[in-house]
Design a protein around this ligand. Structure first.
Ligand SMILES: NC(=O)c1ccc[n+]([C@@H]2O[C@H](COP(=O)([O-])OP(=O)(O)OC[C@H]3O[C@@H](n4cnc5c(N)ncnc54)[C@H](O)[C@@H]3O)[C@@H](O)[C@H]2O)c1
Ligand SMILES: [Zn+2]
Length: 369
């Protein structure tokens, strides 16, 4: 088992330093109760999950909690992005009230990023906040979304519009839960890990280049290595910028174009897939600006291919993509801000990228890398 600590230091209003631990390893669901008791959580607990993950993993989690003295109830929402809504949160508030959940009752979020965001939002708001334990079960959630304290629901078509920054008391990433993921979900989750390698850590990038077949066959040792590495990299960034006021911008690499791809495709392209396409397009912007060399762009494209991710999307109209990007981002006097890789493992934020360069890079295809 590996642990990553996330430490936000102390502030005037909190004398004790504020931080928590992320545990990464095989079989940790069976130790969840013990790990929760070790951080001072007691008695009643509520597991919030979706129907798919609930059927696969909730009973084991409930047994582990019972063995440590918790009385744990399971609440299930249907699976899917549509459940990240105020309506779904309202149903959960009613269930929590019916269970007489108190301010000390921990909510245990068992699932992918959707459950992490929804149950996390409920934990942040029910009775002005109850303890949150994240038990992520997708590669995306273990390597990225469960770290950083962003919890949210969507508002109509607007993603993550209603939310909060709310740090968990504890995060438990059991890599053996990933063995039930579909091949598409596996590839999708690898995109953000590749992103962390591309902008922050050339050694992680090289490890991914050399071990992709073990990773895609869900080898627990390889998964533990990349998830722990990815979680640590993200933790170091969010520690410096808990409320996303500046330094976290570097994590947007691939997302300016990626969000446009997601919305123009009508969410048919999944988040990680869209970020993969976005990373190639934005690497191409960096190359056109003379920041990144062609060799790095080729390595990125090859790694994304080997992960089973798309790198081009000729079916989408570049004009539609550009229009969607303008909705998402402020264009100031024909200029846009991008976080761009400067080499494999380093990143810089450029404030004044010319829209003409962006439009050229949106014709993303293997023939126009
Ligand atoms: N809070 C953040 O910082 C942050 C960052 C990135 C993404 N997100 C959010 O994360 C969400 C996407 O997360 P996701 O990709 O994990 O999607 P998801 O939670 O919808 O999970 C994908 C599917 O896999 C199923 N599933 C989950 N774990 C499984 C397992 N172990 N075995 C089999 N099936 C399993 C789920 O039931 C679901 O159908 C989006 O809503 C996105 O906005 C949040
Ligand atoms: Zn993302």
């Amino acid at each position: 088992m590996h642990t990553v600590t996330v430490d936000f230091g102390s502030s005037a209003s909190t004398i004790r330093s504020r931080g928590y631990t992320i545990h990464v390893g095989p079989g940790l669901i069976d130790r969840a109760g013990e790990l929760m008791a070790a951080v001072g959580l007691r008695r009643q607990a509520v597991i919030i999950t979706d129907t798919t993950v609930g059927a696969l993993h909730a009973a084991r989690l409930q047994r582990s909690l019972a063995a440590a003295g918790f009385q744990a109830t399971i609440l299930e929402s249907p699976a899917g992005e549509e459940q990240k809504s105020l309506d779904a949160a309202a149903l959960l508030y009613s269930d929590l009230t019916a269970l007489y959940a108190e301010r000390t009752t921990p909510i245990v979020a068992l699932g992918g990023g959707v459950i992490g965001d929804l149950a996390g939002f409920v934990a942040a708001t029910y009775m002005r906040g109850v303890p949150l334990v994240q038990v992520p079960t997708t590669i995306l959630a273990q390597g990225d979304s469960s770290i950083g304290g962003k919890v949210a629901v969507n508002h109509g078509n607007l993603k993550n519009k209603i939310g909060a920054f709310y740090q968990p008391a504890l995060t438990i990433s059991d890599v053996t839960t990933l063995s039930t993921l579909s091949p598409r979900a596996t590839s999708d989750g690898l995109a953000e890990i590749i992103k962390h390698g591309m902008i922050l850590d050339s050694a992680l990038f090289e490890y991914l280049e050399n071990h992709m077949s073990e990773i895609r066959s869900l080898d627990a040792t390889a998964l533990e290595r990349i998830i722990e590495n990815s979680a640590r990299l993200k933790a170091r960034v969010v520690e410096r910028d808990e409320l996303d006021l500046g330094p976290r911008n570097i994590l947007n690499y691939g997302h300016t174009v990626g969000h446009a791809v997601e919305s123009v495709s009508g969410l048919k392209v999944w988040h990680g897939e869209a970020v993969a396409i976005g990373m190639v397009a934005e690497a191409s912007i960096a190359r056109r600006l003379g920041i990144l060399d062609q060799d790095a762009v080729s390595r990125l494209t090859a790694l994304l291919h080997s992960a089973g991710l798309p790198t081009s999307l000729p079916a989408l109209d570049p004009a539609d993509l550009f229009a969607a990007m303008q909705h998402d981002k402020k264009v100031t006097q024909g200029k846009l801000q991008f976080a761009l890789p400067a080499s494999v493992g380093t990143v810089i934020v450029i404030d004044n990228v010319d829209t003409a360069v962006v439009k050229q890079a949106l014709v993303v295809s293997d023939a126009n890398p």
